[in-house]
Every structure is written in C-alpha cells, then in structure tokens.
Design a binder for this molecule. Structure first.
Ligand SMILES: C[S@@+](CC[C@H](N)C(=O)[O-])C[C@H]1O[C@@H](n2cnc3c(N)ncnc32)[C@H](O)[C@@H]1O
Length: 331
C-alpha cells in the first residue's frame, strides 16, 4: 500500500509544476524583480504581486518557507490546545495560500476556508495550486483590502502570515482587531527579524487586550521579558530548497532555515508550554545548555546533565522552539 501523501509533499509537487515550461532565466528574473519590489517599498499603496510572473516567483521562491514557518507555529499552538480542531479558517493577506496549506497539514479533515487578499493574481494562483489539496478544493478566494473597512466573517481560526510588515501602523491595528473580533483563535507569523518581532509583540498586546490568552510561543500572557532593541524572540524552520532556490541563491545546499516570529492566542482556555526553548540548544560533552523563556516572565539558562537521566536524553532531542520539559503523550 502506498503511504498517504502529506500536504507538504503535495504542495512541493504543485509548486515544482508551476515552473515547468518557464525558462529558468525568466523565473530567476521574476524573483529578482520581486525582491527589488519588496525592498524598501513597504507599506505599499498598491499590490506588489501584480501579474502571474510575480506570483509564480512568490509561490516558487517564498511560499515553501512561509508554509514551513506557519506549520511550525501551528504545531506549537496545537500542542497548547489539545483536542481543539478549527471548524473554519480565514487567512487574511493569504496571497497564494501558504497558511491554508499549513492548517490542512496540522489538522486533518475539511473545513470552510476563505482567503482574503488584495492581489487578484495571487488569489488566482492560490486557487489553482489548492486544487491539488482535497482539504482546500472548496476554499473561497476573495479580493479584500486590509484597512478600516475590513470585516472578517465569524470563524474559528484567523491566520495573518507575513502580512503585518506590508501594512501601515493603522492597518496593522485594524487587521488584528478584525481578526480578534471574528475568531476564537488567531495566529500571526512574521519574519524572524527585530522588526518582525516588534510587530508580533504589538499584535500580541492587542490580542491580550481583546481578551485572548497567549497559547504559544510564550508560557504566559504577561509582558515579554525581552528588552526591545537588545534581542528578539524568533525561531527557525527548515525548508527544502527547490531548484529555483538553488538557481537564484547559488550553492548546492539542499535546505535553508527560515527565521520567523509568531504569536498564537485563543479566546478559550489554553495550556501553554511550561517553558519554551528560545535558542538553539548547545550540546556539550555530558550536558545540554537550554536557553528558556519561563512562566515567571523571565529568561534563564538551564543545564541538563547526564545525572538527570531521561531528562538529559530528552534535552539532547530538544530543538529550538520546543516546549520544555517536553510534552508527554498525556500532554
Ligand atoms: C509576503 S505576502 C504573504 C502571503 C501569505 N500570507 C504567505 O504567508 O505566504 C503578503 C501578502 O499580503 C497581501 N497584502 C499586503 N497588503 C495588503 C492590503 N493592504 N490588503 C490586502 N492584502 C494585502 C499581499 O498582496 C500579499 O499576498
């Protein structure tokens, strides 16, 4: 019997298919244009993704990374809300639909899905790719501008992935407010940069003000202990590089690491991690050094040595972004 194909594999195949027939030079030029358009021009007053070449470039070049980052955020969120499964999903600024694929990879089954974006070519391509995913076949792709007039239909889960950085301060407030008003759970993902983190913290504050509890990555809904300007909370997701990636970025590395910041919050009771590993663990001879964000609103280092027995073995398997101590089957 063949193993079931995961949404991640289906997405990879669908994205590879997009480049069939597109001369490699043309694809690489479209990526260059896209990067140039994004550089220094945000927020924009018109969509950056203007035509099919732009969105094919975005989908082939960036979507695998945004998909993996959202998957990682949703996985941490799902761990904090065991048993909860969204009965509906709205992806705001969804573009080609990376977060819809990530939701379908996190929770089995079908649910009403709506993608909102102001770039029609992105929605059209998203719809085309989604035809390969049974959970997304019925998804609706609507043109909508994020602004004071934005209204989001009532749903269980709203995602806002790699969007806040393209918005004005007012529009960032509008979209987070509209998400909080519409949903039981909101997941926001941004690039793992100091600015991306600052936008995540701003959104986190708004969600808490709106009555949400933080489910991940934070162990609590109190203030973040990181001093702005000194550090930023971010994580890393491994992304297989497509042939387009290798072509554009050169080199032969089979993967790259996407850095991202995120917040996942809910209106219902959540069970956040006791502590969160906020740096790549350092494995030394006979010990593992863990940088942790703890429940007491502080950052601290824990050294787990061989003397700790099973905990030491668990520490060796623990990754940046994981809950600590590790979750057991019982949660
Ligand atoms: C970097 S892409 C992220 C797409 C997708 N969420 C992902 O994670 O791959 C940003 C998206 O936000 C959309 N966007 C930016 N500003 C917008 C606005 N004011 N109204 C609606 N969509 C907007 C863009 O069209 C684009 O699809």
């Amino acid at each position: 019997m063949n193993a079931p194909v995961s949404p991640a594999d289906t997405l990879r195949a669908a994205l590879a298919g997009l480049l069939d027939g597109l001369p490699p030079r043309q694809a690489a030029q479209a990526v260059d244009r896209l990067i140039a358009n994004y550089r220094g021009r945000t927020p924009t007053d018109a969509p950056v993704l203007r035509d099919r070449a732009d969105v094919v470039a975005y989908a082939a070049y960036r979507m695998p990374a945004t998909f993996e980052a959202v998957c990682a955020a949703l996985e941490a969120f799902a761990d904090a809300v065991p048993g909860w499964v969204p009965t509906g999903h709205v992806d705001v600024g969804g573009g080609t639909g990376a977060a819809t694929w990530a939701v379908s990879a996190t929770w089995d089954g079908e649910r009403p899905v709506t993608v909102l974006d102001w770039a029609e070519p992105a929605l059209a391509l998203g719809r085309e790719i989604a035809a390969a995913n049974p959970a997304l076949k019925a998804a609706e792709w609507h043109r909508a501008r994020i602004g004071s007039a934005l209204s989001i239909e009532t749903t269980d889960l709203v995602t806002v992935s790699y969007v806040l950085g393209e918005l004005t301060e007012d529009d960032r407030a509008h979209v987070v407010g509209a998400a909080a008003a519409a949903a039981q759970a909101v997941v926001i993902v941004e690039p793992g940069t100091p600015d991306g983190y600052a936008r995540v913290i701003e959104a986190r504050d708004r969600l808490i003000e709106a009555g949400f509890q933080v489910a991940a990555p934070c162990p609590h809904s109190a203030a973040c202990p990181i001093v702005p300007g000194e550090d930023w909370c971010h994580f890393s997701a491994r992304v297989s590089r497509s042939s387009l990636h290798r072509q554009v970025k050169g080199g032969s590395l089979a993967y790259e690491d996407e850095k991202f910041s995120y917040v996942a919050a809910a209106r219902f009771p959540v069970a956040p991690a006791a502590s969160r590993v906020v740096r790549r663990p350092q494995i030394r001879k006979g010990q593992v050094l863990l940088e942790l964000c703890g429940p007491d609103e502080s950052l601290h280092r824990e050294t787990v040595t061989k003397r700790h027995g099973p905990l030491y073995r668990a520490a060796r398997d623990t990754d940046w972004g994981d809950a600590w101590p590790p979750l057991t089957e019982e949660g």
